[in-house]
Design a protein around this ligand. Structure first.
Ligand SMILES: [Zn+2]
Length: 362
């Protein structure tokens, strides 16, 4: 029992496969496990399903010892690796910011016990994090970098400091700065902004985008879907959010169609460019358009606003250059490259033009 990690999670390596089909089938497996847990008839079945789920199963059957449980550590590192390499897929299928930060905290606290192979994996993760837009909890990697700092890490940060992307150069510079100044307090997001200011740079806009995805998730703002009866716009909301087992309702704006549902769990979508559905009623989202082999979509106007704000937000450099800052709109990875910004904004404007008028859709 204590060492059934491979049996429980051996399949999970496909989550970080370069092959999208393998990742897709691993996602389906997670969805099925979640469905099995939702349908569990007994407490034992529920626990059994949880043991096989990510991130739930990462904590089961062991205390977070590091050296004594190499397999457990391997799969905990896999969970972190997945978030770093495929952040959007991670966020959709098994997001847990608290698991991410507590795993990183544990490695930080036990740094003196870490064998070389774990230090190597963590160092690689730190460097991958430098090379991508900042995400929630990434300051924990900066903290880790300070205690793991050695010559190879410094050398590789110096290389990233020559990177073609301004954002990568800045993040590598920041990390070199915090590693080299022991006197500085532990890294946190405000310290990154202070660092930018010392370079004469500012992050804008000053206002963070609202936590729109959690509002959508709780049904506090409507998700726009297509009515299954008349094909018109319908709004899915949770009229009394925040309950233990909330009931959702979908109401069409154009015909009398209405339906209720108590979602046991929220089903995922496939990210291969096919039609995107809302997770509760499984109706097609209203705001979606095929786009360059993929698909542009949003749950509702608030989400669309947040995506647009994210794409427009930049650090303004003295010479007019720009890079993506730390906004927490969970954009698909293919929308990240800077050179797509203008075409994406045009796509979003086209999507916005399809929003039907009326209070129910705002
Ligand atoms: Zn209708």
């Amino acid at each position: 029992m204590a060492d059934d990690w491979d049996e429980r999670f051996g399949w999970a390596w496909d989550l970080i496969s370069e092959d999208p089909a393998r990742r897709d089938s691993a996602h389906l497996r997670l969805d099925e496990l979640r469905m099995a847990r939702a349908g569990a008839a007994t407490r034992q079945q529920h626990e059994e399903a949880s043991r096989r789920l990510l991130p739930d199963g990462l904590w089961i059957g062991s205390r977070p010892g590091l050296v004594r449980l190499p397999r457990a550590v391997r799969y905990r590192l896999l969970y972190l690796d997945w978030e770093v390499r495929f952040p959007h897929e991670w966020a959709w299928h098994a997001r847990s910011w608290s698991t991410k930060t507590s795993l990183l905290r544990t490695f930080h606290q036990h740094v003196d016990e870490l064998p070389d192979w774990i230090r190597t994996v963590l160092t690689d993760l730190i460097l991958l994090v430098v090379a991508r837009p900042h995400r929630l909890g990434d300051e924990r990697y900066a903290r880790l970098a300070r205690v793991l700092a050695d010559d190879p890490l410094r050398d590789r940060l110096r290389e990233l400091g020559e990177h073609a992307d301004e954002g990568v150069r800045l993040r590598a510079g920041y990390l070199t700065w915090v590693i080299g100044r022991r006197i500085l307090p532990e890294p946190k997001p405000s310290q990154w902004r202070d660092y930018l200011q010392t370079l004469g740079l500012v992050e804008e806009p000053a206002q963070r985008s609202p936590a729109i995805l959690s509002q959508v998730d709780q049904g506090r703002v409507p998700t726009l879907v297509r009515c299954p009866r008349c094909d018109g716009p319908a709004a899915a909301v949770c009229p009394v959010p925040g309950q233990d087992r909330p009931v959702w309702r979908v109401t069409c704006a154009d015909c009398p169609y209405t339906a209720s549902r108590r979602p046991e769990f929220k089903q995922g979508n496939r990210w291969d460019g096919s039609v995107v559905h809302d997770p509760v009623f499984r109706l097609p989202l209203w705001l979606q358009q095929p786009y360059a082999g993929s698909r542009l979509w949003a749950y509702g106007t608030g989400h669309l606003d947040a995506i647009e704000q994210h794409l427009r937000a930049r650090v303004r450099l003295a010479d007019g250059g720009a890079y993506l800052p730390a906004y927490q709109v969970d954009l698909p990875d293919w929308m990240m490259p800077l050179d797509r910004r203008d075409e994406l904004l045009a796509g979003i404007a086209a999507l916005r033009a399809t929003v039907p008028a009326g209070p129910a859709t705002r």
